[in-house]
Ligand binder design. Structure first.
Ligand SMILES: [Zn+2]
Length: 354
């Protein structure tokens, strides 16, 4: 099927108490491992492309590959920009065909985070793209052997979360309640009361960032309390590197690069399969064969960039079917203006049609 955004999928997950893994894709081997596992596990899946990983993978290229693969996949696939910090990156992702984006303004003062997030929501919703934003700060870093821990002084405040959701109209809220990005120092202690208060009072799907190091039991409890999207990356990377070391140590004569990658991929798939079981997304597509024809969750008009509204009866609001063919690396000011004009026309058309 075509890419899905996260409006219907997260609503379905919330109502049926499961979480969907958002697995980072900094390279195509990892992508293949994720998709293979989701198909084998009959699980919806979120392909996460982080802005910081664009030094490893091209945004337009990965969008093209994931869109093509999603069309053939028998499970719902969302393509999501992870931790988009720059307006330009977010617009590029929308233009490339991403079905969902995260704007991370968590480092900004509250009012500025509200202002910038609301602006991005308005643009993305006009394009049928769902938006995740973050309040509070999930500390840490990725890609190093350094270990990090959570800081309760920057945990998400439930009162602020309610106000933030109401004023921004976001679709998903990423919160800080005890996890950290990267490898965790010691064992994370999750503040479940805080999660419960935020999920109950905002009524939004809530996102857990920094999944590495969280126990299976804590994941299950977090999902039961309203976590519907789980960002999971560091352990996948660690597994791939450790598997590579072991394979090379056991096969000193190995000179086939594709064979090495294939064997590494199998190691990654085992970790991902386990996580899909724990999150509860495994088997969902078998349990709900009509998972893509549920329409009651749709709230965002799906308007493509050329202003043609999609009136198809799909449950998930699909991403714009066609992205502009121009694939320059960097948007010019004219490109951005053209895009904003197209979005404005689409919004006005939607309003006139309504
Ligand atoms: Zn994150």
């Amino acid at each position: 099927m075509a890419l899905v955004n996260l409006i219907g999928l997260m609503d379905h997950a919330r109502r049926n108490k499961y979480g969907v893994g958002a697995f980072n894709v900094p390279d195509y081997e990892t992508f293949q491992a994720i998709l293979d596992t989701a198909v084998a596990k009959q699980s919806p899946v979120i392909i996460d492309v982080a802005e910081v990983h664009l030094k490893y993978i091209d945004l337009d290229d990965v969008a093209y590959v994931v869109k093509r693969a999603a069309e053939r996949a028998p499970v719902p696939v969302a393509l999501h920009l992870d931790h988009g910090e720059h307006f330009e990156t977010i617009i590029r992702a929308v233009r490339a065909g991403f079905s969902s984006i995260m704007f991370d303004g968590s480092h900004l003062p509250f009012e500025e985070n509200v202002r910038q997030t609301a602006e991005i929501v308005r643009i993305c919703h006009a394009c049928g793209v769902s938006v995740e934003a973050e309040l509070g700060q999930v500390l840490g870093g990725e890609g190093t052997s350094e270990r990090f821990e959570a800081d309760p002084s920057v945990f998400t405040d439930p009162d602020e979360a309610v106000e933030f959701c109401a004023r921004t109209n976001i679709d998903l809220l990423a919160i800080s309640f005890g996890t950290a990005h990267g490898l965790y120092r010691g064992t994370p202690k999750l503040d479940f009361d805080r999660l419960d208060a935020i999920a109950t009072r905002t009524k939004k799907p809530v996102v857990l960032h920094g999944g590495t190091g969280v126990s299976d039991e804590d994941f299950r409890k977090a999902v039961s309390l309203g976590i519907t999207k789980i960002n999971y990356y560091t352990q996948t990377s660690v597994t791939a590197v450790e598997a590579t070391r072991e394979i090379l140590a056991a096969n000193p004569d190995l000179v086939s690069y594709p064979l090495l990658l294939q064997q590494t991929r199998e190691a990654i798939k085992k970790v991902l399969a386990h996580q899909m079981d724990v999150f509860g997304s495994a088997g969902i597509c078998a349990r709900f064969p009509d998972i893509c024809i549920e329409c009651d969750a749709c709230t965002v008009p799906n308007v493509s960039l050329d202003g043609v509204a999609d009136t198809g009866g799909h449950a998930y609001q699909h991403a714009p079917a066609s992205a502009p063919a121009d694939r320059s690396d960097k948007l010019t000011d004219d490109d951005v203006q053209t895009l904003i004009d197209a979005v404005t026309r689409a919004v006005l058309k939607g309003l006139n049609d309504a």
